[in-house]
Design a protein around this ligand. Sequence first.
Ligand code: AQP
Length: 347
Amino acid sequence: MAEPVQTPQAFAPRIFSGIQPSGGLTLGNYLGALKRFVQKQDEGIETVYCLVDMHAITVWQDPARLRQQTREAAAGFIAAGIDPARSILFNQSQVSAHVELAWIFNTVARMGWMSRMTQFKDKAGKNSENVSLGLFAYPALMAADILAYKATHVPVGEDQKQHIELTRDIAAKFNNDYGVNFFPITEPVIEGAATRVMSLRDGTKKMSKSDPSDQSRINLTDDADTISKKIRKAKTDPEPLPETVDGLADRPDARNLVNIYAALADMTPAQVIAEYAGAQFGTFKPALADLAVAKMSPITTEMTRLMQDEAEIDRILAKGAERADAIARPIVDEVYDIIGMIRSRYR
Ligand code: AQP
C-alpha cells in the first residue's frame, strides 16, 4: 500500500532553478528569473542555480558559442547579484546525477503527459518529425534537475508553469509507485510584475533569446545606447496610457512596457499607471529607457569585467558543481536503491 504523498512542508526548504545558455540572457530572463533568484538568495534560503547546458543542446548549439554563452550566463548571474559563496552556481553537465535521474524519470513520465507540453509544441512547430528526441524529453530532465536536490520551490517565469506541474506529477507517481515519501511535491514560485515579459516587436509573443529579431529583446550585454534605442522603437499603439490598469487589457504592447517599468522599479503596474495616467508614449518611453539603463547598465559593466577572467568563471562553476554533486549524488544513489538497482561497487 503506497504511503500518502508528502507536501513540501515536510522537506527542508530548498530553491532550485536554471536558465539555458542557449543564447545571451535577456531582460525576460532577468526579470522573470534572475532578479528573483537574487531575492531568494538574500532571503537566506538555500539556493541552487544551474546553467542548464544539457537542455540547451536539445536544439543545435555551436560548441564554441555554447562554451562562451555558458561563461557569459555565469558572469550575468554573478553580476546580477548571485554570490557563489552563498548560492550554489554551476553548469548542469558537470553533475551527472541530473541525466541519471532524467533517464529514470523517462520511465516514470507517461507519453500522454509529455505530449501535452505546450512548450514542445511551440518549439517544434510544424517541424515535430525533425526535432530532437531530447526536445520532447526536456521536461523529464527538468524534473530531474529539481528533484535531484529535493527542491521544494522553483522560481520561474509563467512559461515554465506547466513543466513544474509535470515535475509534481512525476514526483507523486514515483512516490506512489514505490510506496515512498521520497520526493517533495515542488511548488512553482511565479510572482512579480514581469512573470511574462513580451517581445518589444510583438506584445503577444514572449521575449526570447532565440527570437531571430534582436530588436525584439534587450540582451544583458546591450550597452546603454542600444537599450535606449530598442525601448524608443518598441511597438506601441497610438493611445495615451490609460487611467487604470484595466485599460491595458486589450493593449498587449502597452501593457508589456508598463509591466517592464513596474518590475524594474519594484512597483506594481497600478502604481506605474497612477504615475503616468494619460501620458503619451513620447513621455513614457524615455522614462522607461532611462530606468532600464540605470538598472541594467551596471550589470552589463560588471559582466564584461568578469568575462575578462574566464579561468576564474570556470573555477567558480567547478566549485559549484562539487557542492551540487555533494547534495545530488546521495539522493540519486538512494533512488537507485529504491528502484532495485544493485550498486555494490559504490559502497
Ligand atoms: N520572456 C520572459 N519573461 C519572463 N520570464 C522568462 N523566462 C524566459 N523568458 C522569459 C524565464 O527565464 C528562465 C529561464 O528560461 P530558459 O532560458 O531556460 O528557457 P526559456 O523559457 O525557453 O527562455 P528563452 O529565452 O525563450 O530561451 P530559448 O529562446 O532558448 O527557448 C525560466 O524561469 C523562464 O520562465
